[in-house]
Write a new protein. Structure first.
Lengths: 107, 394
């Protein structure tokens, strides 16, 4: 990020840019929305045919594709809406309870 | 050389828009503003302007398109009235908070209901907290002149706020009067080129506009800035008004004082009623009654201190509101003027009148009654009624 906002919470009223402008574009990625998620998509790569339906349907561009193949989900931004799991023609994506996942991860 | 013409207020404002030649106009027709849009659309069709004219399906879309175009870096104008302004409501606040210098005519018409197309100020009074500069005009000449000045005020680097030009529906918008138009070249030079500093179409320096502010919460800080900026715009309104005076011979300020110097009693009005009231003041003066008038031009920013200084010597003052802020203590103008006098010593007695709602005609007799009420207050030292109506059938 070009714009230094480390201390923005302490900025005085007249330190902000006019009209609440942000002096750069395409910065929504810095705002992590993954914390909203209650269920996370998990892909079974055995079943996946890389049709990329999930990539097309994902409203948050959280399906990462490399060389025309599904690489992974971007869990920093995936809100867990589940559209990918519904649209997957091979049922290769399942939605896993986030708490269950974390418990499993810890053990 | 200025040209003397006979035009309606709307036609005069359409001429001002032609001379300004804005980059984008997005507007939707509504009575009594329709003829501005009609006439301006003809200028577009005939190639008299280079404006991109956007036909929209509603005023909500009109103001939204204006916000988008202005954020993109265009000089933008629009016009509306009444229900149209009401439909723009939420976007009015977006325009001012994004600090976009959009210039809009609102031809004052009452807000329904009962459904009524005639003049009062309830439409723009409802938008008084929207963060726009609001300038009221007495006649077609003032509406034309203010349109040209509004561009300079809005785009001034110390301001960057949208401006609403207000004039009375039908009374000014549709009556043909004599007025002077400036030469096209003079207007072009006066308004100059619009050079926005940061805008969406500047691809070398990309910006994000209208971002969500809710989680960190800087809304409060931005509102304080808006308050300071609109307060500062008072100087710019006066400066531009004086500069326009040098060009046209007609100077403008925050308000006009009429025979106030030695007045004992005074009246404050907005809009076309000032014309009627000036005539009554003259008649009163013929009968050696010391009556004066203050015609407020800038309702937003509200020049509280300047009004106090101008009116403090009066013994009694009547504030005429052409709108009713239902449930409040008097009309909006009354409340703010009285508040401006709260800390004053020997302040005049101040009374308020609601008049002219839904286009109810205001007669010389009505204004005379106000003057006589004020004289009684000076004589007896007592106010019979703090808030009264003029011209309602009782």
């Amino acid at each position: 990020m070009k714009w230094d906002i480390k201390n923005i919470k302490n900025w005085k009223y007249n330190q902000h840019l006019e009209g609440a402008l942000i002096p750069e574009a395409g910065n929504a990625e810095y705002y992590k929305t993954g914390g909203w998620r209650t269920e996370r998509p998990v892909i079974d790569k055995e079943k996946c045919t890389n049709c990329l339906f999930c990539w097309i349907f994902c409203p948050d561009t959280s399906v990462i594709v490399e060389d025309a193949k599904i690489k992974e989900f971007d869990y920093d931004h995936c809100k867990g809406c589940g559209v990918c799991a519904v649209e997957c023609p091979k049922s290769a994506i399942s939605m896993i309870d986030e708490n269950e996942f974390k418990k499993q991860e810890n053990t | 050389m200025a040209k003397t013409v006979a035009l309606t207020g709307n036609a005069a404002c359409a001429q001002a828009m032609r001379q300004i030649n804005p980059d984008v106009v997005a507007a939707y027709p509504i009575t009594p503003q329709t003829t501005i849009v009609e006439e301006f659309a003809t200028f577009v069709a005939n190639g008299k302007v280079n404006t991109e004219f956007i036909n929209v399906e509603s005023e909500h879309s009109a103001m939204s398109a204006c916000v988008g175009a202005s954020a993109a870096g265009a000089r933008v104008m629009t016009t509306t009235s009444s229900q149209g302004l009401a439909l723009m409501w939420e976007i009015l606040y977006i325009a001012s908070s994004l600090r976009l210098p959009i210039v809009m005519h609102n031809v004052n018409r009452t807000l329904s209901g009962p459904i009524n197309i005639h003049c009062d100020h309830s439409d723009s009074m409802g938008a008084r907290d929207a963060g726009w500069i609001q300038l009221f005009c007495e006649n077609a000449q003032e509406a034309y002149d203010t349109t040209i000045q509004a561009i300079r005020i809005a785009e001034n680097k110390n301001v960057h706020l949208p401006v609403m030009i207000l004039y009375d529906g039908f009374i000014i918008s549709h009556a043909i009067t004599r007025l002077e138009l400036l030469e096209d070249e003079d207007v072009k030079k006066f308004v100059g080129d619009y050079k926005p500093e940061k805008y969406l179409l500047d691809i070398e320096n990309p910006v994000a506009v209208g971002s969500f502010d809710g989680l960190h919460g800087f809304y409060f800080e931005h509102k304080k800035v808006q308050n300071e900026v609109i307060e500062r715009s008072k100087d710019v309104i006066v400066k531009v008004g004086n500069e326009y005076g040098k060009l046209s011979g007609r100077s403008y300020g925050l308000f006009e004082e009429y025979k106030l110097d030695d007045a004992e009693v005074g009246i404050v009005v907005l809009g076309s009623t000032a014309g009627t009231a000036k005539l009554v003041v003259d008649q009163m003066r013929d009968n050696n009654k010391k009556v004066g008038l203050l015609k407020l031009r800038s309702f937003r920013p509200f020049p509280a201190k300047e009004l106090f200084d101008s009116l403090k010597k009066l013994k009694a003052l009547a504030v005429l509101d052409r709108s009713s802020s239902t449930g409040s203590f008097g009309g909006p103008l009354f409340g703010e003027i009285r508040s401006a006098f709260y800390d004053g010593k020997n302040s005049p007695k101040i009374i308020g009148y609601i008049y002219g709602l839904g286009g109810r005609d205001v007669s010389l007799n009505d204004i005379e009654k106000v003057c006589n009420d004020l004289s009684d207050i000076v004589k007896t030292g007592k106010i019979k009624k703090e808030i009264d109506y003029l011209g309602v059938r009782e």
